[in-house]
Design a protein around this ligand. Structure first.
Ligand code: SF4
Length: 274
């Protein structure tokens, strides 16, 4: 029988679990649609399940004229929050406290006169959200770069990898007269990556379970793939192929922060039956 080993950190992270729980609680309390600005989480199966309960993603806040809006865990734009306030729409704030910390640190740095640098992906909703609270007066960096300012303040996207953050901060040492850096990387993603890579190196096949539309799950897969070439990124157990497990005794399983336990459990069960 195949032995299946799961990483300790697997499935919903604290922020996503909290958001899903709260939105379902709100569903039980109210009638009428609940809108989320963009999908609540990057997992098509869960989003579909939420839609069936009238919890619907919208891309433009201005399309919402009534009902309840849920702010998703990775934040919304300040303009969106202002619109919701002006329209007096009912809102539930599901922004993860770790994401709020990035925003708080960035706003503090700006207030104290630092040129704010966000280490992260300029296209990620969290980075766009933080920037919007700085009136878009910040620099987003993905690689070391010199900044022309005497005072530079740094924060990081919560899901940023530690090595890039350290590289960028080190690159700024000696360039600015004053440098202040907050490491706002979320520990949940950091430890998940470390555990997954360590597990991948000691199994025959590694499975990364999660939405293909999740940038973080895709990044996790690419990291794992380096440690274990026999790795597969799947969304559900239905994608498993028996030939992946011929002659295999140990299979490792991990999941992205938006992957529910139920999907991971189904994968585990099916692999054991091969
Ligand atoms: S990955 Fe971290 S910061 Fe993002 S929602 Fe989950 S716990 Fe919060």
């Amino acid at each position: 029988m195949i032995e299946v080993i799961k990483t300790k950190n697997c499935g919903f992270c604290f922020g996503v679990r909290r958001a899903v729980k709260a939105v379902l609680k709100e569903r039980g309390r109210t009638t009428g649609p609940i809108y989320t600005l963009g999908p609540l989480l990057h997992n098509p199966q869960v989003v579909q399940e939420l839609v069936s309960q009238d919890i619907v993603p919208v891309s433009d806040v201005r399309s919402v004229k009534s009902g309840t809006i849920a702010y998703r865990s990775h934040g919304i734009l300040r303009e969106e929050e202002e619109y919701i306030g002006r329209q007096r729409l009912s809102a539930i704030d599901l922004v993860c406290p770790f994401v709020k910390r990035v925003r708080k640190c960035a706003m503090l740095l700006r207030k104290e006169g630092y040129r704010v640098v966000i280490v992260g992906d300029p296209e990620h909703p969290e980075v766009k959200s933080v920037l919007s609270y700085l009136d878009n007066d910040g620099i987003v960096l993905q690689n070391p770069s010199s900044i022309e300012s005497s005072k530079v303040g740094v924060v990081s996207q919560t899901t940023q990898d530690q090595a890039t953050y350290v590289d960028i901060v080190q690159g700024l040492v000696g360039k600015a007269e004053e440098l202040r850096a907050f490491n706002t990387i979320c520990d949940s993603t950091r430890s998940r990556k470390e555990e997954a890579v360590a597990l991948a190196a000691r199994v025959d096949v590694m499975l990364v379970v999660g939405g293909r539309n999740s940038a973080n799950t895709t990044k996790l897969f690419h990291l794992v793939e380096k440690a274990q070439p026999n790795s597969h990124h799947i969304e559900t157990d239905e994608e498993l192929k028996p030939e992946w497990f011929a002659g295999v005794t140990k299979v490792g399983v991990t999941g992205g922060t938006s992957t529910p336990d139920s999907i991971i459990e189904k994968v585990e069960k099916r692999v054991k039956n091969f």
